[in-house]
Each structure stands twice: as structure tokens, then as C-alpha cells.
Design a protein around this ligand. Structure first.
Ligand code: ATP
Ligand code: MG
Ligand code: FE
Length: 355
């Protein structure tokens, strides 16, 4: 039967129902408000909102799909990594529902769900066969991952300070823009000159594919210092936005260039996470992929940002992989939510316990 999936690892409360072949029967996402005034996600507010939203959201999604809970085959939920309060709410709800229905519960690694999204049937022209390189760039993540199979991931590099989306949000705040800052900064940058203000390119040309954005942030704050508390001239703010965006795109393109050299077997370059929406960054990544004769794919934005469709799909792929290896249907009803859950740990799922 279909999978009912729940996402609650950050500030999106989401539920989706997918048939076993990956067709989405219904899905709903609520992006929580109530965080904007604080300029960032407040974990305690998020957890309470998940708790308030989930029961109605699950019921509404079942209704959209024209299904009763009894018709569900199994339940899945993001169980880590992420904000622990939200994970406890979502995974706890999922386990309770599964228990009540007498169906299995599958614990999904949220980052794995981002990583496998490109494989949703029909999403990427020509499909997304393994192995491929994933660039995950969101508010909380910034990493290059070699996706070699279901459960088979190798982290090639990651940020040593801020995530890319976090950098966009912080710089946007410095420029007096609203939160989340990425989309507003991109809009302002359209009026600016990306060459107007010289900014550093942290780690550019350095071996490996780690990222760093905090130096860029500091450089920007130095450009702002002379203005103190007076309002920035509009053109100056736009030039800063454009120059910052260009610096990020240059750095990310360089890091991906290195990552592709570390993974010559890659079939495809996939970009996921909210920052994948950025058009300048996307254009640069397309160039890099083309230079390596690779296809480039970025899932549509609604599947790039947090959602439950990707959670359901990752659960289906996990079940399929287990079946292919002759293992029983996974049941993770005793798996505890965890704020950290390295992707490298996912292979354990398919290795029989040693004693
Ligand atoms: P997680 O990190 O757990 O996936 P998140 O909520 O932090 O969750 P997303 O929802 O995937 O991440 O993405 C939100 C981030 O993407 C924010 O930091 C936002 O500023 C950034 N972002 C969104 N649109 C753009 C854009 N057009 N340009 C740059 N950054 C953007
Ligand atoms: Mg979000
Ligand atoms: Fe996410």
C-alpha cells in the first residue's frame, strides 16, 4: 500500500502520500510563520507549531488522497538530522500512527531524502542514475555528496562555518532586508553591478571541496561600517547584493569543479536545497556541468525546499533496496530521533547486525 510521510525537521510541517511506484497522491506543506520577527527559526516555537499543525495536516492529506488511514501501507518520518524538538514531534506522531494501524514505521534521514529527490520518477529528464554528485545548499546545509546508491553516500566536502543559505540570510539582514533573506537579496541584486564592490572568494582554488562564507560576511560588514546607522544608498545596497551573490556563485562553482574532479564517475550534477533557487548560482553550475559534459538537474523549488514527498520517496527507495537484498521490510519503531545523523551511517541499514 501507499506510504504516508511526515516532515518536521526544521520550520516546514509537511505530509505526503505516495503510491509504491513513487506517484504523489497528495501532499501538503505549511511553512511556519512566527519566526520572521526573530530573524531565524526558533526551535521551541517550531516544535510547538509542528505539534499544533500535524494532526490536521495528516487528516487533510489523507482526505486529499481519497484514502482512509487503514489503507496506508506504512508510515515514514524524518527522524534526523534537524531540530530535535520538531523531530520528536514528527517521528513520535508517525510511530504512534503506525502502531495504531499495525503498520511498519520507517525512519528517514532528512539529508538522504534531499539526496534522493532527483530520482523521483519523471522529475529529471533521462532519470538520475547512480552515481551522481549532489550539491546540497540550504539554510542549514552546505555540502557536496557522492550519491553512489541507496544508503551509499560519501561526503566529499562541506562548509567549515556558515551554510550558504545562512550566509545569504545574514548578509540580507545587514542590508536591512527581510527574512528569509535569500530571495530578497536576489531581487535587490538585479539592480546592482556584480563587479562594483571587490569581495574575497574564500577557499577559491584550494584543494578539496570545502566551503567557507564567514570571511565574505566580514568583508561585507567592513564595507557597511562607514554608514553606521544611516540608511544605505539604494544603489550601493544593490551593488553589494550583486557583488556578494557573484562571490558566492564563483566560490560554489570552483568548489563543484573540484568535487567533479574528485568524482570522475559522476553521471549527473544535482543541486538541491533552497539556495538552488538562485538564478545566478544555477547558471554558473550549469556552465560547470556542461564543461564536464554532464547533465545538470535541480528539482523544482517546491521539492528543493523541505517537503514530505522527498521523505516518502526516500522511504520507498529504502524499502525497495531492502527487498532487493532479501532483507525484511524495515521497521524502525524503536529508532530515536537524532539531531545529527551522518549520511555515512545509512549503509548500516543494509548490513545484517554482527554479533
Ligand atoms: P534545511 O537546511 O533543513 O534543509 P532550511 O529551511 O534552512 O532547511 P530550505 O527551506 O531548503 O532550508 O531553504 C531556505 C534557505 O534558502 C534560506 O536560507 C533562504 O534564504 C535560501 N534561499 C531561498 N531562495 C533563495 C534565493 N533565490 N537565493 C539565495 N538563497 C535563497
Ligand atoms: Mg525551511
Ligand atoms: Fe532540508
Amino acid at each position: 500500500g501507499p506510504v504516508l510521510a511526515i516532515e518536521s525537521s526544521c520550520d516546514e510541517t509537511a505530509c505526503a502520500i505516495l503510491s509504491p511506484d513513487g506517484t504523489c497522491l497528495a501532499q501538503r506543506v505549511v511553512s511556519q510563520d512566527g519566526h520572521a520577527d526573530f530573524g531565524g527559526v526558533v526551535p521551541e516555537i517550531a516544535a510547538r507549531a509542528h505539534l499544533a499543525l500535524l494532526p490536521g495536516l495528516v487528516q487533510a492529506t489523507l482526505h486529499d488522497a481519497g484514502l482512509t488511514a487503514e489503507q496506508i501501507g506504512f508510515v515514514a518520518a524524518s527522524t534526523g538530522p534537524g531540530l530535535i524538538g520538531g523531530l520528536i514531534v514528527g517521528a513520535g506522531f508517525g510511530k504512534g500512527l503506525a502502531l495504531a494501524l499495525g503498520k511498519p514505521f520507517v525512519a528517514v534521514n532528512h539529508v538522504e531524502a534531499h539526496a534522493l529527490t532527483a530520482r523521483l520518477p519523471g522529475l529529471v529528464a533521462g532519470g538520475a542514475p547512480f552515481p551522481y554528485l549532489l550539491l546540497l545548499v540550504s539554510g542549514g546545509h552546505c555540502q557536496c555528496i557522492a550519491v553512489e546508491g541507496v544508503g551509499q553516500y560519501r561526503k566529499l566536502g562541506g562548509t567549515i562555518d556558515d551554510a550558504a543559505g545562512e550566509a545569504f540570510d545574514k548578509v540580507a539582514k545587514m542590508l536591512g532586508l527581510g527574512w528569509p533573506g535569500g530571495p530578497e537579496l536576489e531581487k535587490l541584486a538585479q539592480e546592482g553591478d556584480p563587479k562594483a564592490i571587490p569581495l574575497p572568494r574564500p577557499l577559491l582554488g584550494r584543494a578539496g571541496c570545502d566551503f567557507s562564507f564567514s570571511g565574505l560576511k566580514t568583508a561585507l560588514s567592513q564595507k557597511l561600517a562607514p554608514y553606521g546607522h544611516t540608511a544605505l544608498p539604494r544603489q550601493f545596497a544593490a551593488d553589494l547584493a550583486a557583488s556578494f551573490q557573484q562571490a558566492v556563485a564563483d566560490v560554489v562553482a570552483d568548489r563543484i569543479e573540484h568535487a567533479l574532479n574528485m568524482m570522475p564517475e559522476a553521471q549527473l550534477l544535482v543541486c538541491a536545497g533552497g539556495v538552488a533557487a538562485n538564478k545566478v548560482l544555477r547558471a554558473r553550475l550549469e556552465e560547470v556541468a556542461a564543461a564536464h559534459s554532464l547533465r545538470f538537474a535541480a528539482p523544482p523549488l517546491r521539492l528543493c525546499t523541505d517537503n514530505a514527498v522527498m521523505v516518502g520517496w526516500a522511504a520507498l527507495e529504502t524499502c525497495q533496496e531492502a527487498a532487493a537484498r532479501g532483507l525484511p521490510h524495515p521497521d524502525d519503531s524503536t529508532t530515536r530521533p537524532r539531531p545529527r545523523w551522518p549520511l555515512e551511517d545509512m549503509a548500516q541499514r543494509f548490513t545484517p547486525p554482527q554479533d
